[in-house]
Design a protein around this ligand. Structure first.
Ligand SMILES: *[C@@H]1O[C@H](CO)[C@@H](O)[C@H](O)[C@H]1NC(C)=O
Ligand SMILES: *[C@@H]1O[C@H](CO)[C@@H](O)[C@H](O)[C@H]1NC(C)=O
Ligand SMILES: *[C@@H]1O[C@H](CO)[C@@H](O)[C@H](O)[C@H]1NC(C)=O
Length: 332
């Protein structure tokens, strides 16, 4: 499988570059977002909406990066919905993204570290925008129709899946989880699941294929970026044990310093080494659990563009659905 170890020096450089990008994007996540696409009726016509799997090198819209991050297997994933309005020549497009509502760094680092805990701001939510975001040419890795659905099916996925999942309270699932942890044995077992931009797209396709009975095109396959640590095992940290908690705090403080403003490059390398070589703790944001990672060895972490089977969220969304339908009623 195409997994690449990323040297720590390069990783540190990336963190630096990320900082400059984050500063520009952070304040206005989903500023031009809409609630959902307004699909034209296609009843009595063949299904009229194409679902396009759209992928681009991460931060390709930023001149600092261009398409370079694609060389490291780092891709952003979104869906573009295109409707050929029946009986007309009108084509309408919408882009659906799933992302951290702060930014990648904000999702990976705590907002604050105290003696008793950490404050996180790592909600992952959907953003729907009109048109093809950044234009079709931006999606240079993939721009491929993977499914065709009717307006009724497309409306349902927003009403019954996207909206309920998107209206959970702040600091509730889904949250962004950049790191994946896998066991060192073969076949590898997932010890901690990642949840990144690709998952939102995958979950929508899965919902359409199962609940709405849509069919993916015969050659459909889904790949997405994964950042994986391998380990012998993970153990839940006892956060009430002062010694253990101090270890967790130390690693996250090293990560904060690594990414912080005003840290010199030699200092950053030193912090990267302390925090990631090897990785000792991972926070699983979706279960709110700190894990002790045991047996993470060189090359410490790998970045892959991996085949992922069609699947929904790793938890039932029934609970959130009940809350959301009340909110929907209030909106009407
Ligand atoms: C999802 O929630 C976020 C954060 O509350 C909001 O900005 C966004 O517009 C919502 N997306 C949809 C599709 O409703
Ligand atoms: C929608 O996308 C298609 C294909 O990229 C393009 O031909 C069309 O002009 C777009 N329509 C609008 C309204 O942006
Ligand atoms: C706290 O954790 C340390 C390190 O894992 C361990 O040696 C110690 O026995 C623990 N203390 C208690 C009271 O569990």
């Amino acid at each position: 499988m195409a997994r690449r170890p990323v040297p720590l020096v390069l990783f540190t450089f990336l963190c630096l570059q990320l900082l400059s990008v984050q500063g520009q994007n952070a304040a206005h996540w989903c500023a031009t977002g809409i609630k959902q696409p307004h699909f034209a009726h296609d009843e009595g016509h063949p299904p009229s909406i194409d679902i396009i799997l759209a992928q681009s090198p991460l931060f390709a819209n930023n001149p600092t990066f261009g398409r370079k991050l694609g060389l490291l297997n780092l891709f952003h994933t979104a869906l573009v919905l295109t409707q050929q309005v029946p009986g007309t020549s009108v084509v309408r497009n919408w882009t659906v993204e799933f992302d951290s509502t702060t930014n990648v760094l904000g999702a990976v680092l705590p907002k604050a570290i105290t003696n008793t805990g950490m404050v996180w701001d790592n909600d992952a939510r959907f953003c729907v925008t009109d048109g093809v975001l950044w234009g079709e040419g931006h999606w240079s890795k993939s721009y491929k129709v993977v499914m065709r659905v009717s307006a009724a099916q497309a409306r349902r996925v927003f009403k019954e899946f996207v909206l309920p999942l998107n209206t959970t309270a702040h600091n509730n699932k889904p949250t962004y989880q950049l790191w994946k942890v896998e066991s060192n044995d073969k076949p590898e077992k997932t010890l901690i699941k990642d949840i990144t931009c690709g998952d939102g797209a995958l979950w929508i396709l899965h919902w359409l294929a199962t609940a709405a009975g849509a069919q993916a095109h015969a050659d459909f396959e889904f790949r997405s970026t994964t950042i994986t640590f391998h380990a012998d095992r993970v153990e839940k940290v006892n956060i009430h044990n002062a010694t253990e908690w101090a270890g967790v705090v130390q690693q996250f403080q090293d990560m904060v310093t690594l990414a912080g403003k005003g840290t010199s490059i030699p200092e950053r390398l030193d912090e990267a080494w302390k925090a990631f070589a090897p990785v000792k703790y991972v926070y699983d944001s979706n279960s709110g659990t700190y894990f002790h990672v045991i047996g993470n060895r060189f090359p410490f972490f790998q970045v892959g563009y991996e085949l992922i089977p069609l699947q929904g969220p790793p938890w039932s969304i029934l609970g959130s659905r009940a809350v959301a339908s009340e909110e929907v009623a209030l909106l009407v």
